[in-house]
Design a protein around this ligand. Structure first.
Ligand code: IPE
Ligand code: IPE
Ligand code: MG
Length: 238
C-alpha cells in the first residue's frame, strides 16, 4: 500500500509505442501490440492503488493522419483488446467508457465499443475511460455547440453559460478532473488531451516507453504525486 493520498483520477498519455518497436527494428504496429499488456498493468495497478478513475489517451483525432496501415492495425487491436479483456474487466469491477468521436470508427469498432460499455456497465471499482478519436479542442467546440443549441431552443439562458455549464457538456462530465497526468516516452506536451480538465492537474513525465510501463511505473508516479503541494492558486497554510 502507498503511504499518502491516492490520486482519485489518473490520466495517462500512452506514448512511445513506435519508438519501442523502432529500437527492436520492428514495424510500429508491434509496438502498439506490446502496449496492450501495459494497459492491463495500468488497470491492475490502478485498482491495487485505490485509484477510482483511469483515463487513457489511446488514439487522437490527429492520429487519423497516420499511414492507413498503422491506423488499421490500431483499430484491429482495439477490437482485439475488447474481445480479449471484456470478461476480465467485468470480473475486476471495471466500468469502461469510450470518449471521443466514435462516428469515425469502423462499424466493427463501434460495435466493440458499445459491447464493452454495455457488458461492464455494472462495474463499481474503477472507471476506465478510453479516449479514442479524441481531441480536446474538438470536445470543447462540441460543448459550445450543445450549449448554443439549448440557448436557441430557449431551454437555457445566455447568462447561464458559465464554467459549470461548459464542464457539464464535456465527455468527462461524470468524473472530476484528473489529479495526476502521466505521459510516457519523455515528451513534454499535452498533444490536445484534456486541455480544460488539466487546469490544476499534477504532471508527471517519465522516459519509460509505453510498452514498458508497468505497476511500478504507476507506483513511482503516485509516490511523486504524494510529494507535491497542490495549492490551486491559494497560499500555503502555515
Ligand atoms: C502512442 O505511441 C500510441 C498512439 C499515439 C496511437 P506512438 O505511436 O505515438 O509512438 P511514438 O511516439 O511514435 O514512439
Ligand atoms: C498523443 O501521442 C496521442 C496518444 C498517445 C494517443 P502522439 O504521439 O500522437 O503525440 P505527438 O504527435 O507526439 O504530439
Ligand atoms: Mg507518439
Amino acid at each position: 500500500m502507498l503511504p499518502g493520498p491516492i490520486p482519485r483520477h489518473v490520466a495517462i498519455i500512452m506514448d512511445g509505442n513506435g519508438r519501442w518497436a523502432n529500437e527492436r527494428r520492428l514495424p510500429r504496429p508491434f509496438g502498439h501490440r506490446a502496449g496492450m499488456k501495459a494497459v492491463r498493468e495500468a488497470v491492475e495497478g490502478a485498482i491495487d492503488a485505490g485509484v477510482e478513475v483511469l483515463t487513457l489517451f489511446a488514439f487522437s483525432e490527429e492520429n487519423w493522419n497516420r499511414p492507413a496501415l498503422e491506423i488499421s492495425a490500431l483499430m484491429d487491436l482495439l477490437e482485439e483488446y475488447i474481445a480479449r479483456e471484456v470478461a476480465e474487466l467485468r470480473d475486476q469491477g471495471v466500468r469502461v467508457h469510450v470518449l471521443g468521436d466514435r462516428s469515425r470508427l469502423t462499424a466493427g469498432g463501434r460495435a466493440a465499443v458499445e459491447r464493452v460499455e454495455r457488458e461492464t456497465a455494472a462495474g463499481e471499482k474503477l472507471s476506465l475511460n478510453l479516449c479514442i478519436s479524441y481531441s480536446s479542442r474538438g470536445e470543447i467546440a462540441r460543448a459550445a455547440r450543445l450549449l448554443a443549441e439549448e440557448v436557441l431552443k430557449g431551454t437555457k439562458k445566455l447568462e447561464d453559460i458559465d464554467e459549470e455549464a461548459i464542464r457539464s457538456k464535456l465527455y468527462t462530465a461524470p468524473w472530476g478532473d484528473p489529479d495526476l497526468l502521466i505521459r510516457t516516452s519523455g515528451e513534454q506536451r499535452l498533444s490536445n488531451f484534456l486541455l480544460w480538465q488539466l487546469a490544476y492537474t499534477e504532471l508527471y513525465v517519465t522516459p519509460v516507453l509505453w510498452p514498458d510501463f508497468n505497476r511500478r511505473t504507476l507506483r513511482d508516479a503516485i509516490l511523486d504525486y504524494q510529494r507535491r503541494e497542490r495549492r490551486f492558486g491559494k497560499v500555503t497554510a502555515s
